[in-house]
Design a protein around this ligand. Sequence first.
Ligand code: ADP
Ligand code: MG
Length: 400
Amino acid sequence: MNIHEYQAKQLLARFGVSVPPGEAVGTPDEARAVAKRLLADGHARVVVKAQIHAGGRGKGTFKTGLQGGVRVCASADEVLERAQAMLGQVLVTRQTGPEGRVVGKLLIEAGVRILREYYCAVLLDRAAGCPVVMVSTEGGMEIEEVAARTPERIVREWVNPTLGLQPFQARKLAVALGCQGDLIRAGEKLLLGVYRAWWECDASLVELNPLALVEGPAGRPTLLALDGKVGLDDNGLFRHPDLQALRDLAEEAPLEVEASHHGLNYIKLDGSIACLVNGAGLAMATMDLIQHCGGQPANFLDVGGGASVEQVTAAFQIIMKDPNVRAILVNIFGGIMDCDVIATGIVQAVKDTNLKLPLVVRLEGNNVRAGKQRLKDSGLPILSGDSMADAARTAVRVAA
Ligand code: ADP
Ligand code: MG
């Protein structure tokens, strides 16, 4: 699950990470009110930032032609004007795809004088089997580009998960960013906070791009998180009801949201062959086979270990809402489940949903004979696949 920048900044602030003062708003009037407060507090500039679950907003373009989802303004009226032009409009960035995202909220925050832009991230290094904290002096740009062109400018510290990020490691990273004197301590505190936020929230990613060196009070340079991206591990969310509350369904694909209500793990793709599979590994293999046989999967759909009538019905209903689907491939391995029970569920779901799309079913495992017989006896035009490859070939054929 991803959260918005303003939520990420609130979260980071709880762990002692400095962020610019600001507030999220949903209307232009609120935007002006917050801007007035910030200007009255002595900030010379106010920044209007579109809140969508995608980066590259600064260089993005609205479908109205307006440039930039991040805008520095000098007055409350300018903020009002910008807010009016951004709210409710579709912003297209390098990360949104051409369809873009509707901007429903804005972060109105103090504009700071940036001296340097750095990069900082905490994530899991799967190859090393431990967390890694990465920093780079090349902030503000896409880190993939830095990694490809100047990999030596990315500095990493691997973290022993039992001990957590150690102060000496955080200081090393701060020094790698060029910090000197008091800034080393400030960098240490900030990095320890970022790491703790990542660890304690069960995050998969915390990224500050940029982590900025800015002109602080009395002209002294200070470090601030100017952008914040936090990705949370869905499997750890049950431990964090407060974080669950940050979910923004408007940012998620509608069919995927509906699927999650039924305990289905569904991801929409662009192909024409829908698949319904029990188990994520089998689902991946099924998608591979569809591709191998010349087709394109319309989705990833894992119904979990079982496949109840309710789940299969919900899955068919979701699949039927995708206008690209030309055929459905059901691939169920009855390991613990009884294939006959699954077949009963499939037959019931086909009837309940009045399914008209060609349906190919491959059943294997526990009590498979009875299951196949039940499909046959139903009188429904269900195509049976004897093997996975056979089922995939049939699905590709009928879809064409
Ligand atoms: P994105 O990565 O989606 O483009 P950012 O939050 O990184 O959005 O903002 C883009 C750029 O705008 C930053 O690299 C920074 O230069 C500038 N910026 C962002 N927030 C502020 C701020 N509060 N004050 C001054 N400049 C800012
Ligand atoms: Mg950014």
